[in-house]
Write a protein of this length. Structure first.
Length: 419
């Protein structure tokens, strides 16, 4: 094998591992959404079911969190996109000396942790509300308002980077030509610069919505009483999850893939139409419509059509497939396996007990240990004393005193007798 072949082999392994690591969890979660198991898993497979999508639709807390996330995401787009556009245009208008400092200042929110942004937003606006005498029900204390402001502080910086990348390809001569032809600054902006920035506006809006939709670190501090989708999912993961989370992931992944595929199809179709017009000589200078905001109605219509087709197909498949009967069979199979396992364990215990009884040898009679009291408490001692008495042992002799019986009290008696 040549070095080129070895390189291709290792590159293929690396690509397989990379895409497996990237898409493996998504594939497993998508498959587990259709398994009837009460815990998200792929194996062992039980029954094909769509009950988790029904449970997802009936989960009021999750649906409320999803609605709040959509509302916050739309509000963040309305705030962050204009701020990012203004910051990018401002960056192109200031001098070179101030540009680096300005760029550093507006990029700083990206580098600040989301926890710090959430806490600072909460403290600042609550303190401001107390200073102006706002009540608890005012918008300054509203969770949605605080969450939108907290997220927009760093999401607007992402939007600004998107606009900066687009403005680097813009030729300022076009604006100057428009001004020379009598257009005002507002007309030059709306007729020249803004149409050029439409693709960037679409990209920035999608980026801002997704960044807001999946944000947790900032939202958990700014939203005290209102729950978003990420907060609900975090609580479910903490206290136990079910495959309804996988069903939600399937919906989000499906919508994302459908939107990306539709956008790519429309973009290629427009590029093919533009190329055909150039070949046929029909190019009259009219710009070809880009796959930006003008293509949104088409994309929305196609996505709605796909959702309807998927719903109809699911209904047709469900009508010919009885998931409850399959689940009943699985339950009976589980009970049968449990009973079989219990019976095997019982037989195994009985065999072990019999084996231990057969292998245990008879215990030999061991002599009694000698009592330290010399059979004083033996009940047969009375009978022995009544019949034949044993001679008592002689008393031991007293040890000799080193003083020679000087202190013996009988010495006085002996001396008085001798006298």
């Amino acid at each position: 094998m040549t070095s080129r072949g070895v390189m291709k082999f290792f590159f293929g392994i690396y690509a397989l591992m990379f895409f497996g690591y990237l898409f493996g969890p998504l594939i497993i979660m998508s498959i587990s959404a259709f398994n009837s198991s009460s815990y998200p898993r792929v194996t062992p497979w039980e029954c094909l079911t769509g009950e988790w999508f029904v449970k997802l639709a009936n989960d009021a807390r999750l649906v409320e969190g999803l609605q709040n996330s959509f509302l916050i995401g739309i509000c963040v787009v309305l705030v962050a996109v204009p701020l990012g556009l203004a910051g990018a245009i401002m960056l192109t208008q200031i001098g070179n000396r101030v540009r680096s400092f300005y760029y550093t200042v507006v990029i700083c929110p990206i580098l600040v942790p989301g926890v710090v942004l959430g806490i600072s937003t909460l403290i600042f606006w609550r303190r401001l509300g107390n200073m102006v005498g706002a009540e608890d029900g005012s918008f300054l204390f509203n969770d949605i308002f605080l969450t939108v402001l907290g997220q927009a502080t760093f999401i607007s910086a992402y939007c600004m980077l998107v606009f900066i990348a687009r403005l680097q390809r813009f030729d300022p001569v076009q604006e100057e030509a428009a001004l020379d032809l009598g257009a005002t600054n507002v007309q030059a902006f709306t007729k020249v610069l803004l149409p050029f920035l439409k693709p960037a506006m679409g990209s920035a809006a999608v980026l801002a919505f997704l960044a807001s939709f999946e944000n947790y670190n900032t939202t958990v501090f700014t939203s005290q009483a209102t729950s978003t989708l990420t907060m609900v999912l975090a609580s479910k993961v903490r206290y136990g999850i079910d495959p309804s989370i996988s069903a939600l992931a399937v919906i989000i992944i499906g919508l994302t893939l459908a939107g990306a595929i539709i956008y790519e199809i429309l973009r290629r179709r427009e590029a093919r139409i533009a190329a055909q017009r150039l070949v046929d000589g029909l190019d009259t200078g009219k710009p070809v419509q880009k796959a930006g905001f003008g293509a949104l109605p088409q994309m929305a219509g196609i996505m709605i059509l796909l959702v309807v087709v998927a719903g109809v197909a699911t209904t047709v498949v469900a009508s010919g497939y009885n998931a409850e009967a399959c689940k009943a069979e699985i339950m009976q199979e589980k009970l049968r396996i449990q009973e079989k396992f219990a019976e095997e364990q019982r037989q195994l215990r009985e065999e072990r007990m019999k084996q231990q009884q057969n292998e245990a040898p008879a215990a030999p009679a061991q002599p009694k240990a000698a009592s330290p009291f010399g059979n004083v408490f033996d009940p047969n001692n009375l009978g022995t004393q009544s019949g034949t008495s044993k001679p008592e042992p002689a008393a031991p002799a007293k040890p000799a005193s080193p003083f020679g019986n000087v202190f013996d009290p009988n010495n006085l008696k002996k001396q008085s007798g001798d006298q």
